[in-house]
Design a protein around this ligand. Structure first.
Ligand code: ADP
Length: 397
């Protein structure tokens, strides 16, 4: 049977082809679809409509949504919850209960909202911390292929080794590699309407890769990326974690924006090789985080040098490039990771070097980097305690 995650991917695709008769744009592009939950084939969809949205248009829209979603195999039932932007805001801030579900045949009147405060488009919900997580650290890069995901996964495992409860969220839209890097074949489960991250080597893991069929190129567009990132941060039970490491897509785009708008990010680290080309893009990435008011903790130089079997050192991408760039950008050089076959082999085998080769010098390097991250963003009493009893609260003991 198709799992809820695959169904959800198909639903989001299908919804993006439905046009809002008012604006003549896709209902996904106009942020009218606030959320889509799939639980054992039962679909709950929140549709945001202005208070004065014409009644007939709304019925047509709902019919189109029912038709599209019901045509997807594996869907058992579809429930649409229409809300005004104001009611949505109230619900998100906990001020008012949600209106009742609207049955398909007899749509209900919209909840009342003040016309004075009505905006044309529903706005993004205010940034709020990820529940139960101490510190959120984004791992980013200007370019693809510089080893960002490899660093993210080994950094997370190194933090775990230092005794911190750590989660890893992979939102690399261009190539989510966490399932491969950690050798995960499972799909996440849903428990009491919350998504349960997969336990891999003691890490709590969630990846966009769990939503995609292998080898199927998926083109994720802006609003979809935003919606999924928000859901990964809000609907996944991350409770009980000290650190949540986020593997970002390379470059500067929707994902960075969505992340910074959804949660307060405690810090970003930029991964770069010492090559001039990579550094130019790394600087752009750093600048974008600054613009989004996210503190950049520093740069990690990956593939900084190659140590040959005879012990000789080769600076393939040049020497000191990252250190100089870090100085120019007034940020830190957090660490330097050499080009090491063990790192590549570990990634390919689904057993990252920090766990596969625990006593190697390269693991030591990752541990030093993890210590540095912890120094730069230490946990404090207030944030290290889960705010609410969650699925992983047993890990506290
Ligand atoms: P990105 O996330 O930046 O696209 P990846 O983490 O997927 O990059 O790494 C790209 C390739 O480089 C992978 O095959 C990975 O195993 C390899 N790699 C990354 N860092 C190192 C390193 N320090 N030494 C050897 N190979 C590395």
């Amino acid at each position: 049977m198709k799992d809820d995650f695959s169904i959800k991917g198909e639903i989001i695709d299908a919804l993006s082809s439905i046009t809002d008769p008012q604006s003549d744009k896709s209902i996904v592009d106009t942020h009218m679809v606030e959320s889509v939950d799939v639980n054992s084939g039962v679909v709950d969809l929140t549709l945001v409509l202005e208070k004065d949205y014409p009644r007939q248009n709304r019925f047509d829209l709902e019919d189109a949504i029912y038709d599209k979603i019901e045509a997807i195999s594996g869907v058992q039932e579809v429930k649409i919850k229409p809300m005004t932007p104001e009611a949505l805001k109230r619900e998100q801030s906990g001020e008012a209960p949600a209106p009742a579900q609207t049955p398909k045949s007899e749509p209900k009147a919209q909840p009342a909202a003040s016309a004075a405060t009505a905006s044309k488009q529903p706005t993004m919900p205010a940034s709020a911390p990820v529940e139960g997580v101490g510190k959120v650290i984004a791992v980013a890069s200007g370019k693809g292929g510089v080893g960002k995901s490899t660093v993210a996964v080994n950094l997370a495992l190194a933090l775990q080794k230092l005794g911190f409860r750590t989660g890893l969220l992979d939102i690399d839209i261009y190539g989510p590699s966490l399932p491969t890097l950690l050798g995960i074949d499972d799909r996440p489960a849903v428990h009491e309407r919350r998504i349960v991250p997969i336990d891999a080597e003691g890490l709590r893991v969630m990846s966009l890769g769990f939503l995609m069929e292998e080898d199927t190129p998926v083109i994720w567009r802006g609003p979809i990326v935003t919606g999924i990132i928000r859901q990964f941060l809000r609907d996944v039970d991350w409770s009980g974690l000290d650190y949540l490491i986020i593997d970002m897509p390379p470059g500067t785009g929707d994902a960075q924006l969505a992340l910074a708008q959804t949660i307060p990010v405690d810090g970003a680290v930029i991964v770069s090789t010492p090559s001039e080309l990579a550094l130019v893009d790394a600087a752009r990435g750093l600048q974008m985080f600054k613009t989004l008011n996210v503190d950049v903790l520093g740069i990690i130089s990956n593939m900084s040098k190659f140590i040959a079997p005879d012990g000789s050192e080769h600076y393939i991408f040049g020497t000191d490039g990252v250190a100089r760039e870090a100085q120019r950008l007034e940020t830190e050089l957090i660490g330097e990771i050499p080009l090491d076959t063990k790192v590549r082999e570990g990634g390919d085998r689904g057993r990252p070097v920090v766990i596969g080769e625990p006593d190697s010098p390269i693991t030591q390097t990752f541990l030093e980097i993890a210590k540095k991250v912890n120094e730069l963003r230490p946990l404090d009493e207030k944030t290290s305690e889960p705010k609410k009893k969650g699925l992983f609260s047993f890990l506290k003991s």
